[in-house]
Design a protein around this ligand. Sequence first.
Ligand code: SF4
Length: 704
Amino acid sequence: MTDAREVRTACPYCGVGCGVQARVAADGTVSVRGDPGHPANAGKLCSKGSALGETLGLDGRVLHPEIAGRRAAWDDALDLVARRFSETIAQHGPDSVAFYVSGQLLTEDYYVANKLMKGFIGSANIDTNSRLCMASSVAGHKRAFGEDIVPGVYADFEEADLVVLVGSNTAWCHPILYQRLLAAWAERGTRIVVIDPRRTATAAECDLHLQLKPGTDVLLFNGLLAHLAGCGAVDQAYVAAHTSGFDATLGLAVADAPSVRRVADGCDLDPADVATFYGWFASTERTVTVYSQGVNQSAHGTDKVNAILNCHLATGRIGRPGMGPFSVTGQPNAMGGREVGGLANQLAAHMGFDDPSAPERVGRFWNAPDIARRPGLKAVDMFEAVGDGRIKALWVMGTNPAVSMPDAGKVRAALKTCQFVVVSDVTRTDTSHFADVLLPAAAWGEKDGTVTNSERLISRQKSFLPMPGDVSPDWWIVSEVARRMGFAEAFDHPGPAAIFREHAALSAFENDGARLFDIGGLAGLTDAEYDALVPLHWPFPIGASAGAQRLLGDGLFPTADGRARFVAVRQEGAALPVDAAFPLVLNTGRLRDQWHTMTRTGRVPRLMANAPEPAVELNASDAAAQGIADGDLVRIDSRYGCVRAKARIGIGQRMGEAFLPMHWSGRFAANAAAGSLSAPVTDPFSGQPELKHVPVRIMREPVA
Ligand code: SF4
């Protein structure tokens, strides 16, 4: 190679889904810059994205298949995986095996894994780490809209007059989207309201910060619904023409939150601030409400989502320029996983087990007579089943549950006792230590496929580096195992383009327009057209010349009667209340410069510089009560485990609350994984675990 070459691809981190131009120099070094032609970021990159070129070394990579920790040939490893899965299924049935996959997978990888488990193994025991990220939004969308639809696009952030950020530290977790919002704030005077128990970087730059008591979001939005009705701000014509269930929902909201004073008391807010927020929402037609992990990662996450959606349905502010509810996803391809059905309670292509005809339809398309007919185990339940022996063979793809799952100590014990564990990943992780078979997967820059961001924009992720060692793409690894399990014909995929065409064709198969997720218009792409695919929104049905931008703005919803459904919800108490033994509420979340368990960002010194070690943030009063000074080493105990970290004392936390980043794992700091403290308590509708309200006690460690 004599000349540098540049490839247009997409960032592998957050759900903003920025376009990246990767330049490979003649000496093989890689530099990156934002793609000015990509609609999500128009050339900008955040700190993580701009450091992508520094994460590409081979340090820590899995380069060859391994069986029981020893290097093995691909054939031997694949044969063993296929044989052990087939034997387990023959002996104990299809539900005795499971896949735990990842929002880091490309859509094509996800599609093939889902097809193997649900279509040919005949179990729905495939779930994803996105369960920990946005499952409550999926469940809330389905309850209200009939389908998992994000109605808006990023441009709505710039066209709104009021943007309400709920449980979203957008400045750190979706930085480029936040920059777009800040530009609108400066140019257009957009009002920004932040609803968050923490004073985050996002809350530091807004017009109003409602620093509410953790977990009281339903009360706040029930109060808003009651206020909208009381001040005449409900769009009665829209509600009558396009929705059902308004009266019962309003009745419960009024009973729950009869006055601003009652809301302010329950949420521990200043009544004047609550009244200001309600007044702005009522009087501002162009309002976008953005919600993220602070809403989703809760034992009541789905109800919180529906409390927000109720207010947008009441005002008819859905899917029109500058208005709508907007769930932002944490991972680069959380949305792609939802599209293929990579959640245990979904089937494929937005078809679910709640539609009795869907398994037949998908089974016909796949020519799969033994297709799964009922939902499988969601993530927390899946690892419970691994631990108690119901699941005897587990394949973990591209994720690190040994530190990221709640009650992570119990998950590690489950992995240790599981009869057969396969891990396919890019690097060695805390989870790969438990692998009977370790398979080397292609990394960003080596693999090819598509991802979908939070605004339904499908982008290409492209390879620009050779795969080192024996590394192979995930779709190939899964297909090779499927072929060895006897499903050669159905998994004879020549490459990601063919898989994408099949995925697109399935989305349109026997779809009479009842489902909005339809990309049948892309099913005929040639390999060259797939390679050159420019970012486009779904839906993209047969005959379309462009993807649809906003959805649901016509008031027609993909429900049986075409109406959206109000969902009556009430404020519940904390699933895990504090007590004398564990008096503080622990919140967990992301830092600006790190990604997940730091397997990539942890290699970049400039990304480590701001927060080089795990630290728990405390309120000064709580610290003083325990004799803790800034920088002290502290021990954090919950009913599930123990973590050690430095204390950071600041103004970000309310009294009685603390915050611990989710990123640290055994690779970077022993005993610092936030997942070790969290409880396996989940939302009853979404199965998403409670990661924002964990009772803990924090004590100063004695100096040795
Ligand atoms: Fe990557 Fe998200 Fe940063 Fe964009 S905002 S560069 S997608 S991490």
